[in-house]
Design a protein around this ligand. Structure first.
Ligand code: RIB
Ligand code: CA
Length: 318
């Protein structure tokens, strides 16, 4: 008997790739998104919340999952943002074209909602973390027993080769809140780490995305995807000189939808929390040697074609 959709909770800091990942998860028949929790990251919390609501009004207007606001500041010192990538409104400057007409966030806090869902779907919940891990770490600290009931925690973060995009040594989500990232990596939860080492190996060509979106029949979704992805492709072209982009957050969703899109290995890992040049660096011990490192499942390879087919066919619809 085939299993039904996996109960899912998505923790996110919508930004451009988060928005694409949310659209992907909401459209996937393999997931039932029971809640979206928002964390400050790419842009301030209130801007992230507004963008989560915008995606729901375009992709889940009929039955939107609840949205809960979470932590506005990291556990670690110093706040880091990525407006240079995502623009001040978090979605490439197009927020004015997508006013929030009726949805509002819930009154409850994201951490309480996370704990409640972990209890309600004990042993079955997949938590997909797409931003700094502040909300997840606070929930772990507040109710570790409830959080141990999470079936899988898919994390977009770090890089097992120790490279970075926030600095040469650290990926943005781990750099933004290394204390939170270390708590999660050391938690013993069933973590699946989707890092830059795989997201940067599955670049989606702009031409392929544009062609697939053009073929969509749903006008509002087609325009939204064009408006959101355009600035992201533009950034990748300007900064990296390529007509393709790394879909960091969508790959984390894909790993929850179809685990076969990535190959994983259990690798002892830890996170640098000191405030020096290696702040937020993921230390992945291939050959052992780091006594504080805890084994986590880390993605080591990605099937780019399988990922792109799944992402485009799900987000753009049949
Ligand atoms: O390093 C990429 C990650 O940082 C993505 O989640 C992106 O949205 C930013 O949050
Ligand atoms: Ca993100």
């Amino acid at each position: 008997m085939t299993n039904g959709p996996r109960p899912a909770l998505i923790d996110t800091d919508p930004g451009l790739d988060d928005v694409l990942a949310l659209a992907f998860a909401l459209q996937s028949s393999a997931l039932e998104v029971h809640a979206i929790t928002v964390v400050a990251g790419n842009v301030p919390l209130s801007v992230c919340t507004a963008n989560a609501l915008r995606v729901l009004e375009v992709f889940a207007a009929d039955s939107p999952p609840p949205v809960y606001e979470g932590c506005a500041e990291p556990l670690s010192p110093r706040v880091c943002r990525a407006e240079h990538v995502h623009a001040a409104d978090g979605i490439g400057g197009v927020s004015g074209a997508y006013p929030i007409r009726r949805l509002r966030p819930e009154d409850g806090h994201a951490v309480a909602a996370t704990i409640e869902l972990a209890r309600r779907y004990h042993g079955n919940l997949v938590l997909i973390a797409l931003g700094p891990l502040t909300n997840v770490a606070v929930a772990l600290g507040r109710d570790p027993e409830a959080m141990q009931g999470i079936h899988e925690l898919v994390v977009m973060g770090g890089s097992i080769d120790g490279t970075g995009n926030a600095t040469p040594h650290a990926e943005f989500n781990f750099y933004s809140d290394p204390i939170a990232a270390r708590e999660v990596v050391r938690s013993g939860l069933p973590v699946t780490l989707v890092g830059l080492n795989v997201t940067e190996c599955a670049l989606l060509p702009r031409a392929r995305f544009d062609a697939r979106v053009t073929a969509m029949t749903k006008g509002l979704r087609r325009q939204f995807l064009r408006d959101v992805a355009g600035p992201y492709f533009d950034f990748c072209k300007k900064e990296q000189g390529r007509d393709a982009c790394a879909l960091h957050d969508p790959l984390a969703v894909a790993a929850a939808v179809d685990p076969g899109v990535v190959r994983t290995k259990r690798i002892p890992c830890d996170v640098v929390v000191s405030q020096g040049i290696t702040r937020g660096r993921l230390v992945a011990e291939r050959e052992g040697g780091c006594s504080s490192a805890v084994p986590v499942r880390a993605a080591t390879e990605v099937d780019g074609e399988r990922f792109h087919d799944l992402f485009l066919n799900t987000v753009c619809g049949p």
